[in-house]
Design a protein. Structure first.
Length: 429
């Protein structure tokens, strides 16, 4: 029963078991699902050609990037489904499975109870091998009946229980289930465990942790769901209170590292003149380091918005805001055409691939478009520049953050031995 997934694998994309073997039907269903997901994320799919979207049905992880938001598209197993895929051993809805069990439960239990021990053990061992995978070898001898519970058989040494009435195999007192999608959807899961549908038993469940044992594998998996950053607990404040409400995913690079990168960086203007970045943008109070590419539809949608904000600020505050384009284009010709269409003046030369890669690693760019706002001194004003521009296209809130680092972040400010938070003074450890 644990291996049939209650029909959910096909229900998720509205397929019958017969349709699942037809590549054309599967591809259409997947395309519809991809359209719905993109539309739910605010993307107008009417302007996207089917041939363009079809490129993503490759089996590789698919990510949706829009105005600084990067989300993994929940379409696991695209390559197998786009080619048609085999249904699990009993791909039927739960209602049909329950009805089947109810109809055959009594005669099945009576049949099993009447079998001699040798035949009973052989059948139970074969059932367990089917449920746990052929890697589990369970002897035919050693099965014990449970007094007062017809149809319930135990293998004490192996920790296995077979419940004929419920159609379930229990392993270490836990019901076998498919591996949760939240674990199996990671791209490296398939590299470690392969493409076969695996079963698991839950060993431990907590508010922020799930620990499972993969049946037939030597590995175990633990999934963590970290509490929010402001859940510090009573009497345990953050050593730096101003960081309590920051997004833990936003790891800001050190000011010294950003300043050093800017010092070493060379930039080009649209005439091809190359000069040091801090010389070219010496008058700017904020530099927007813009990671983008012409082949990226969300980038082509955001670039005009950034250009409009740039022109607005240039008219009101000349040269206080500069944008530096860092290209992710695949060819220099694409870079040249894309840069020529931009409103700002500077870009990292396409030939400086090492510098572009260094900046992407420094600012931990996971998807494009991405806009990081920094000062010429290396202080990071915001790592979420795309969101700032989207919410404030007129630039009325420029510079969108503090131009000076917090005292706790400055190396030239002596740290006190204690802090006050919520009216209570705490000594530093």
């Amino acid at each position: 029963r644990g291996r049939h997934c209650f029909g959910q694998q096909l229900v998720n994309i509205d397929l019958t078991a017969e349709e699942s073997a037809n590549p054309d039907i599967v591809e259409k269903k997947l395309m519809d699902q991809l359209h719905l997901f993109l539309q739910s994320m605010g993307c107008d799919t009417q302007n996207l050609e089917a041939s363009y979207l079809k490129k993503f049905l490759t089996g590789a992880p698919v990510y949706f990037v829009h105005e600084g938001v990067c989300i993994k598209v929940p379409l696991a197993g695209l390559s197998e489904r786009s080619q048609g895929f085999m249904a699990p051993p009993a791909e039927v809805p739960e209602s049909m499975m329950a009805d089947l069990l109810q109809n055959v439960r009594r005669p099945l239990v009576n049949y099993m109870e009447a079998l001699p021990p040798g035949e009973l053990g052989a059948i139970l061992s074969e059932v367990v091998c089917t449920a746990l995978g052929n890697s589990h070898s369970v002897p035919a001898s050693g099965w014990e009946k449970t007094p007062g519970h017809p149809g319930l058989y135990k293998m004490p040494g192996a920790g296995i229980v077979c419940d004929v009435q419920a159609g379930e195999i229990l392993y270490q007192s836990e019901e076998l289930r498919p591996v949760p999608d939240s674990m199996s959807s990671f791209s490296d899961f398939e590299l470690v465990f392969g493409k076969e549908a695996l079963q698991c038993a839950f060993k431990y469940t907590h508010e922020h942790r799930r620990w499972i044992e993969i049946i037939g594998e030597e590995h175990e998996l633990i999934e963590w769901d970290a509490p929010s950053i402001d859940a510090q607990g009573v009497g345990a404040p953050s050593p730096l209170p101003h960081t309590v409400f920051k997004d833990p995913a936003e790891e800001i690079p050190p000011t010294a590292d950003v300043f050093e990168a800017l010092q070493q960086l060379q930039v080009t203007d649209k005439e091809g003149n190359i000069q040091p970045a801090l010389v070219a943008m010496a008058n700017a109070s904020v530099i927007g380091i813009y990671f983008s590419a012409h082949w990226c539809p969300p980038c082509r949608g955001f670039t005009p918005k950034l250009g409009a904000t740039y022109e607005q600020l240039m008219a009101e505050r000349p040269e206080e805001f500069e944008v530096l384009f860092v290209s992710s284009d695949r060819e220099e010709g694409q870079f040249n055409d894309y840069f020529a269409s931009m409103k700002w003046r500077f870009a990292v030369p396409y030939s400086c691939g090492a510098s572009r890669q260094q900046l992407a690693e420094l600012f931990q760019v996971q998807g494009i478009p991405s806009l990081c706002l920094v000062t010429p001194a290396g202080h990071v004003v915001s790592m979420q520049g795309t969101e700032k521009i989207a919410k404030d296209p007129s630039g009325s809130s420029f510079p969108w953050g503090s131009l000076e680092p917090a005292p706790e972040e400055r190396a030239d400010v002596k740290q006190e031995d204690a802090i006050t938070f919520g009216g209570v003074r705490y000594n530093r450890p």
